[in-house]
Write a protein that binds this ligand. Structure first.
Ligand SMILES: Cc1ncc(COP(=O)(O)O)c(C=O)c1O
Length: 433
C-alpha cells in the first residue's frame, strides 16, 4: 500500500483535526493533496521572469515556456498527437466542439448524469444538448444513444464520470455508422484508460479539466487532446482570438476565423507541470485506497458496484456503489449523515450540479440574455421529458470519494464505520417492513 506521511500534510489535511473533518466534505479528486516544493519551484521560474503569458516576450522569459512544456508532457503521458491547453475544462469543451465544427442547430447527445459544464459548452456554441439515459456504468447507455439520434445529431459526447469510462467501442461504432463525431468529456477521469488507451485520446477529441478539485490541478485550466491535426490547429487559434500563430509577432498574425480568449496563463501551466509528474503516484494511491475500502463494502450482500467496461482502466478516484432500492439508499444516506460520516460520499440523485433532476435553469432555459428560438424550444422539451431508466440507476447510487491523504489505518476505519452504518440502516428498514 502506498502510504502518505500524515506529518507531511498541511494542517487542514491532518486526520482527526476539526479542519480535516470539515474539509472532507469539500474534497473531490484532489491532486492538490500532493502540493509541495515541486509546484513552488515551477511557479518560481515564472515569477522570477515575470512573463505570465504563454505567448511572446521571448527574450524576457529566461527560456521558460511552461504551457508549451505542459502540452508536450500531456502528449507524452497520455499518448495523443496534439494537446491544446485552455483556461478551464469548460472552455476546453467549448473549444473542442467548435474545432469539430459543432454549432448552431446541431444536436449533441450527452448523458443525464454529468456536470453542468457539459451542457454549458454545448449551448455556448449554439448547439442543442440532447440528454440520453445512463446505465450502471454511470455513463451513456449506447442503446439510449441510438434512440436519441435524429438527422440533426452531429456529436456524441460521453462523460467519463467519477474516474471511469463509457462503452467506448459501442459509441465509436455508432459514430462510424451515422458519421458523427465523438468528443470525450474526460474532465473527471485523468489517468483512466480503456483497452490500453487513455480516456480523452480515443475520440475525435477529448478534454480534461485541471481545476482545483481534479486528479491533477493547475488551479484552473483544461486541455483539448486530439490525434487530428485540423482539430488541433483550430483549437490553437480558437483559444487565442483566432490568431494563426504564424506571424513574427502577435500583430503580424492572421485570423483565418473568429476565436476567443480561452488561454491558460504560465502560472497555471507551471503548477500543472509539477502535478503531471505526480500522476502515477496519485493513481497508485487511489487504486490502493479504493481497493481496500471496497473490501469492506463487498461484505454487504445488498451492495453491488458500478459496471466498469475495462476494470484495469478505472482511475479509482471514486468508489461508486448501488443498493437495491431508492428507499434503502435514502436510508443509508440518512444513517451516514446521522452518524457524522457522510463527508466524502455523494448521493448524486439529490445533487444540484450533477443530475438532470435538479437542472431547472436548463429545463426552463433561464439565461441572462436572449436565446435562439431553436434552442429555447429544445430546452423546453427537456422540461417535459422524463428519464425513468436514469432515475432508476441514480436513485440507488452513492459514490465515495477516495482521498490521497488516508493512511491504511484511516481507510480501514472508514470502511469499518461505513460498513456498520450501512448494515444498521438496512436492518432498520427490514425491521420496519
Ligand atoms: C464532467 C465535467 N466536465 C467539465 C467540467 C468543467 O471543468 P472546469 O471546472 O475546469 O471548467 C467538470 C468540472 O467539474 C466536470 O466534472
Amino acid at each position: 500500500m502506498v502510504a502518505v506521511s500524515a506529518n507531511s500534510l498541511p494542517v487542514f489535511l491532518q486526520a482527526g483535526t476539526p479542519a480535516f473533518k470539515q474539509s472532507l466534505k469539500l474534497f473531490y479528486m484532489p491532486g492538490f493533496e500532493l502540493w509541495g516544493d515541486e509546484e513552488r519551484k515551477e511557479l518560481n521560474d515564472v515569477l522570477e521572469s515575470g512573463v505570465l503569458m504563454r505567448y511572446g516576450f521571448d527574450g524576457a522569459r529566461n527560456g521558460h515556456w511552461k504551457a508549451l512544456e505542459l502540452e508536450k508532457a500531456i502528449t507524452e503521458t497520455f499518448g495523443c498527437k496534439y494537446a491544446q491547453l485552455t483556461s478551464s475544462g469548460t472552455s476546453a469543451l467549448t473549444t473542442a466542439l467548435s474545432a469539430l465544427g459543432v454549432g448552431y442547430g446541431d444536436e449533441v447527445i450527452m448523458p443525464t448524469f454529468t456536470f453542468v459544464a457539459s451542457f454549458e459548452a454545448v449551448i455556448s456554441v449554439g448547439a442543442i444538448p440532447v440528454l440520453a439515459d445512463v446505465d450502471e456504468t454511470l455513463t451513456l447507455d449506447p442503446n439510449a444513444v441510438r434512440a436519441a439520434i435524429t438527422p440533426k445529431t452531429k456529436c456524441i459526447m460521453p462523460v467519463h464520470m467519477c474516474g471511469s469510462m463509457a462503452w467506448l467501442d459501442e459509441l465509436k461504432a455508432i459514430c462510424s455508422e451515422h458519421q458523427l463525431v465523438l468528443l470525450e468529456d474526460a474532465c473527471q477521469s485523468i489517468g483512466g484508460t480503456y483497452k490500453g488507451q487513455h480516456l480523452g485520446t480515443i475520440g475525435d477529441a477529448g478534454t480534461f479539466s485541471f481545476d482545483y478539485v481534479k486528479t491533477i490541478t493547475c488551479g484552473e485550466g483544461g486541455v483539448v487532446m486530439t490525434n487530428r491535426q485540423d482539430v488541433f490547429t483550430s483549437s490553437d487559434g480558437y483559444t487565442d482570438h483566432g490568431h494563426d500563430h504564424k506571424g513574427v509577432d502577435r500583430g503580424a498574425d492572421l485570423h483565418p476565423f473568429i476565436g476567443y480568449n480561452y488561454r491558460i496563463s504560465e502560472l497555471h501551466a507551471a503548477v500543472g507541470l509539477a502535478q503531471i509528474k505526480k500522476l502515477d503516484r496519485i493513481l497508485a494511491i487511489n487504486k490502493a485506497n479504493n481497493k481496500l475500502l471496497r473490501s469492506y463494502l463487498e461484505q454487504i450482500p445488498e451492495i453491488s458496484f458500478r459496471v466498469v467496461p475495462d476494470e484495469a482502466g478505472d482511475s479509482c478516484t471514486f468508489l461508486s456503489w448501488f443498493l437495491p432500492t431508492e428507499e434503502m439508499t435514502q436510508a443509508v444516506v440518512t444513517e451516514l449523515k446521522t452518524q457524522g460520516i457522510y463527508g466524502g460520499n455523494f448521493y448524486w440523485f439529490d445533487n444540484n450540479w450533477h443530475y438532470i433532476r435538479k437542472w431547472d435553469h436548463l429545463k426552463n432555459a433561464t439565461a441572462l440574455n436572449g436565446i435562439s428560438p431553436v434552442l429555447r424550444d429544445a430546452l423546453q422539451k427537456l422540461s417535459t421529458q422524463s428519464f425513468p431508466a436514469s432515475d432508476g440507476i441514480m436513485s440507488r447510487c452513492i459514490s465515495t470519494l477516495i482521498n490521497l491523504g488516508w493512511t491504511e489505518q484511516q481507510t480501514r476505519e472508514k470502511g469499518e464505520k461505513m460498513q456498520a452504518a450501512i448494515k444498521h440502516a438496512l436492518q432498520k428498514i427490514t425491521v420496519n417492513v
